[in-house]
Design a binder for this molecule. Structure first.
Ligand code: PGA
Length: 260
């Protein structure tokens, strides 16, 4: 795991956005795994800015989102379809046929999950997966106790996650209980995993995921087994890491050729 600690969330988001933009420039038909929530918002703002000001071209990029709520209409403002449309898709030149999100309205959920996995395979796999982390250590919506080798499937949200996401729904009671999420095995198949976490509220989950044992009780800890996992943090999210100084020294002394 490479742990990169920046002074604040703005600097961390800029660094992550630069990495994604560099990949799209290098590989114009890159396959990106996208995440929703508060954490990646600024990354998407930067990508839109690079598109508008630097001509970053998304026309051949393919995207797969991590998850979606079951039973929520794509037009519902709290759906991840609506989120992605609002923050990114409507603002860049992406080909709509190359956008993929799990279908929360599917009547045959096991089939839609199998199809999602098949579409990822048909696209040649995910080159870079953006990830946030839940305060309970979840990755995507793989809540604690998720199989570390799970594939795309239905999951039941924990009360903690429903509380964390209550603001989007005007109250916890309206947050759906079920979601479709890529599995941890699906996420682990991505060539690069880019995990971001900001703020004090994420510090314990990050410490457990990065420095604790690999356990289904902290799903994000599975990234310790990933050959190219990059964890980008602000100071607050890094505040419970025992080896923070070491990670900072490593990054500061990285040879230039390794930085991209
Ligand atoms: P957040 O969500 O970015 O809104 O904190 C992250 C997550 O639940 O994975």
């Amino acid at each position: 795991m490479e742990v990169i600690i920046r002074s604040d969330a703005h600097a961390a988001s800029r660094l992550a956005a630069r990495k994604i933009a560099a990949l799209v420039r290098r590989e114009p038909s890159a396959v990106l795994g996208l995440a929703t929530g508060r954490t990646p918002l600024e990354i998407y703002e930067h990508l839109v800015e690079y598109h508008r000001n630097e001509g970053l071209d998304f026309s051949r990029v393919t995207t797969f989102n991590l998850d979606e709520y079951v039973g929520l209409d794509p037009k519902h403002p709290a759906s991840y379809h609506a989120y992605m449309e609002g923050v990114l898709f409507s603002k860049i030149n992406i080909d709509r046929g190359r956008i993929h999100l799990p279908d929360g309205l599917a009547t045959d959920i096991p089939k839609t999950c199998r199809d999602y996995e098949a579409r990822i395979r048909a696209a040649g796999g995910i080159d870079l997966q953006i990830l946030g982390i839940g305060s309970d250590g979840h990755l995507g919506f793989n809540e604690p106790s998720s199989s570390l080798s799970s594939r795309t499937r239905i999951k039941t949200l924990t009360d903690r996650t429903r509380k964390d996401n209550a603001a989007y729904f005007g109250g916890e009671e309206s947050v759906p209980r079920h979601v479709i999420t890529m599995g941890l095995g699906t996420i682990m198949d991505a060539n690069v995993c880019l995990l971001l976490a900001f703020g004090r509220k994420k510090a314990a989950a990050i410490a457990h995921a990065v420095e604790g044992p690999v356990t289904a009780m902290v799903p994000a800890s599975v990234l310790q087994m990933h050959p190219r996992a990059i964890v980008v943090l602000d100071r607050e999210a890094a505040s419970e890491l025992k080896r923070a100084e070491y990670y900072q020294w490593v990054y500061a002394h990285k040879p230039d050729w390794q930085k991209h």
